[in-house]
Design a binder for this molecule. Sequence first.
Ligand code: IPM
Ligand code: MG
Length: 358
Amino acid sequence: MSSTLQLAFLLGDGIGPEIVSAAVEVAKAALQMETIETEWQELPVGQIAIDEFGQAVPNQTLDVLEQVDGWILGPHDSASYPEPYLSQLNPSGSIRKHFDLFANIRPAKHFPETEALCPGTDLVIVRENTEGFYADRNTHQGTGEFMPTPDVAIAMGIITRQAVERIAHVGFQLAMQRRKKLTVVHKANVLKLTTGLFRDVCYEIAALYPEVTVDDFHIDAVTVHLLRRAPEFDVLVTENMFGDILSDMTGQLAGSLGIAPSINASANRAMAQAAHGSAPDIAGQGLANPIAMMLSTAMLLEWLSEQKQNPALLRAANLITESITQVVSAGTSTPDMGGSASTTEFASAVVSMILTKP
Ligand code: IPM
Ligand code: MG
């Protein structure tokens, strides 16, 4: 085993190539500053992979991902794929499922001095990533969605004790490193058995973390609580679909969906992925905000630092995060944050900031 860090990146569709390139550039600068030797590989995914290999996620790509330490996935515009790809599980769903990346960690953190609906927001959505109400990926084989007649469609939701236990542990461990507050989000007044099990198992796991203050809300109610007082929330644990919806909202509450990062992790693998989509309407125009992708990459390095017990990786992650914050505070940002920098101008500013650090 070489000590060289092995990372991969997958550009994806729409704004993917622009923001992933920006994130890789910034990561390279930070890793170089910490003299962490890194080998990067670009792997095909999405429309490019369909054209070249006849698969949105080619087997070759999965084989390499199996070997590397971690990777960055760009957004995909799977809604525009031709059949049969359109009907298949989309690339991020299928990669998450293939590697059982069960924990989707989605922070929403306001940058000081920037405009936001809820200034001071600093919370993390911990989204169960493998089952719940996303019927396109919640079964071992086939899907949990079916159509007995052309006019009847049925979808199945699945909650298992095992999946709730492992995501609850992730949430509580995170809360222990943060403000020691955890909110369970469910809809147990309606989806009594499924999200009721989710809530109850979370409370069982809570007993193992007595220092963490726990409460719970229905998904509909929590949206209003977040709008009114997001800064009071710390860690929110929820099932797949609720977490997907809620994390778009919390990203926007903290300033912009364009700054909302995430990683998808299992016990021994992680994938960086922005919480937002591929924004095909602004693709190729230099308008995309690369912050979410950059922060996701920093999260990946932080996760790797813990896995490998290597503090230099944490320093590289912090270098990225701090430099972005400084660049934004100095008034450089993309149009969605009120600035006028292009994607590449913003990336260059962050790289320069990283390289000036002692
Ligand atoms: C997300 C997304 C994905 C999902 C899409 C891109 C397939 O909404 O992760 O936020 O459905 O899980
Ligand atoms: Mg989403």
